[in-house]
Design a protein around this ligand. Structure first.
Ligand SMILES: Cc1cc2nc3c(=O)[nH]c(=O)nc-3n(C[C@H](O)[C@H](O)[C@H](O)COP(=O)(O)OP(=O)(O)OC[C@H]3O[C@@H](n4cnc5c(N)ncnc54)[C@H](O)[C@@H]3O)c2cc1C
Length: 411
């Protein structure tokens, strides 16, 4: 096995694979992407695969918009096929707070150059005949939003990284970080198959992010949170050109999938997952699922999607995205550990932002600056001695209110 590299990226999920590709594309000849399991087998392939370009912070909107452009251009750039459906997405408000949010998102999105605009009931009936809008007070559509098959994202980015000269090591857990005595600098990783020295080490280990860094006393304030979705059997009239639909106050999304409909959402009493209590060989496939949570979410939107009520299910699945206390990613250098970076705190949106985040984080690592500033995602905004119980509480709250911010309070 190689024992030196210019950069080691830990975790071949969507964050790690995109970063490895962009580091290689931006000039590193010797990038190693290492995963304890196979390529993109953990949370990334279990995602819904939706994009939503309008976000709360300008930087996140810019990264999400860039990411959609990069998905669309990916095959052109790399010669590697990537399938996507640019069907647009619609957001529905059923109460006054939601109406204010719709207005804020349209204004903010247009300011940032997004194709977001109001949509009326007639246009939605044409685009998504299975959606009902009698109780809906306001809606927007972003026609350039898209959905894709989530498992493809880490696979195509890993393939693209390999084509640019990166080395991919699977079934190779990172078991520790190498640290220069005295300076605090991280100088490489220990793996189950030997050590790799590298001046740049990035922790993109998803639900395992904390375990990778903890041993060196580096505390990363993320909480893995169970998130689930179901997919119905095929039904007549469902087509991939039909838009993603989200209902704000219910925290629920619906989209066409494999001839049926997919539904997922954010319950108000989610399950934070304690990785330290999990078995050493735990993987996401072992996580217990709870279909009752999804039935409850479907019930909240029965008036908008009556077609879902008695639809037989094809499958359901779930994963462990990482939440943060303030709902923003944790990406960039770690103070006090020179050479060490994180790409985590995906906030259930890591798949769709990974192309733009990978490009900008690679720039930041290699040049000290990036086209889209990443300062707001710095881990430095949290005290290293954060309180564990308060962190879990804040992350549960951020998850439970994922769609419904207090937009009236935003500028
Ligand atoms: C049901 C569901 C729906 C979702 N819907 C969407 C959506 O519509 N849009 C969206 O953008 N996001 C969505 N998400 C979130 C999305 O899945 C995540 O943001 C994204 O997958 C995070 O990627 P990651 O690279 O951080 O994690 P992962 O994909 O889990 O990758 C982390 C990798 O690190 C590896 N690893 C861990 N420890 C080590 C170690 N010690 N050594 C080496 N390797 C290690 C793991 O094996 C794994 O492959 C959804 C998630 C779920 C569960």
């Amino acid at each position: 096995m190689k024992n030196t590299a210019e950069a080691v990226v830990i975790g071949a999920g969507s964050f790690g694979s995109s970063l490895a590709y962009h580091l290689a594309k931006q000039g590193l000849e010797d990038v190693v992407l290492v995963d304890r399991f196979g390529i993109g087998e953990q949370t990334s392939p279990r995602a819904a695969g939706l994009t939503q370009q309008i976000r709360r912070e300008d930087e996140t909107t810019r990264l999400a918009k860039l990411s959609v452009e990069k998905f669309v251009d990916f095959t052109n750039e790399t010669d590697i096929p990537l399938e996507y459906h640019q069907s647009g997405s619609v957001k529905m408000a059923r109460n006054e707070a939601g109406v204010a949010q719709i207005a804020w998102e349209i204004r903010k999105g247009q300011e940032l150059g997004l194709d977001i605009r109001p949509i009326d009931a007639d246009e939605l009936a044409e685009r998504a005949p299975w959606a009902r809008t009698e109780e809906v007070l306001a809606m927007w559509i972003t026609p350039s939003d898209l959905f894709l098959e989530p498992r493809q994202v880490p696979q195509v980015y890993t393939a693209a990284a390999r084509a640019k000269g990166a080395t991919i090591l699977t079934e190779t857990p990172v078991t520790g970080l190498l640290r220069e005595p005295g300076s605090g600098r991280i100088t490489g990783v220990e793996t189950s198959k030997g050590t790799i020295s590298a001046p740049i080490v990035v922790d993109a280990a998803g639900a395992w992010t904390r375990q990778v860094a903890d041993e060196e006393g580096i505390r990363i304030p993320v909480v893995p949170m169970r998130h689930q979705l179901f997919i119905t059997e095929p039904m007549p009239g469902i087509r991939n050109e039909q838009p993603i639909c989200r209902v704000i106050d219910a925290n629920v999304y619906v989209r066409p999938c494999w001839g049926g409909l997919m539904l997922g959402g954010y319950e108000t009493n989610p399950l934070p997952f304690e990785m330290r209590a999990a078995a050493p060989d735990f993987q996401i496939a072992d996580m217990p699922l709870d279909l009752a949570v999804l039935r409850g979410l479907a019930d909240l939107v029965r008036d908008q999607f009556p077609i879902l009520q008695d639809a037989p299910l094809q499958t359901y699945r779930g994963g462990l995205p990482t939440m943060t206390a303030d709902g923003k990613h944790i990406v960039g250098p770690v103070p006090g550990a020179e050479g060490f970076y994180t790409a985590t705190g995906c906030i259930v949106g890591g798949l769709s932002i990974s192309p733009g985040m990978g490009e900008n984080l690679a720039q930041l690592i290699l040049t000290g600056t990036s086209d889209i500033p990443l300062d707001i995602y710095s881990i430095a905004r949290f005290a290293p001695d954060f309180d564990e119980a308060a962190l879990v509480e804040a992350c549960v709250d951020a998850y439970a209110h994922h769609y419904s911010e207090d937009y009236a309070a935003l500028a």
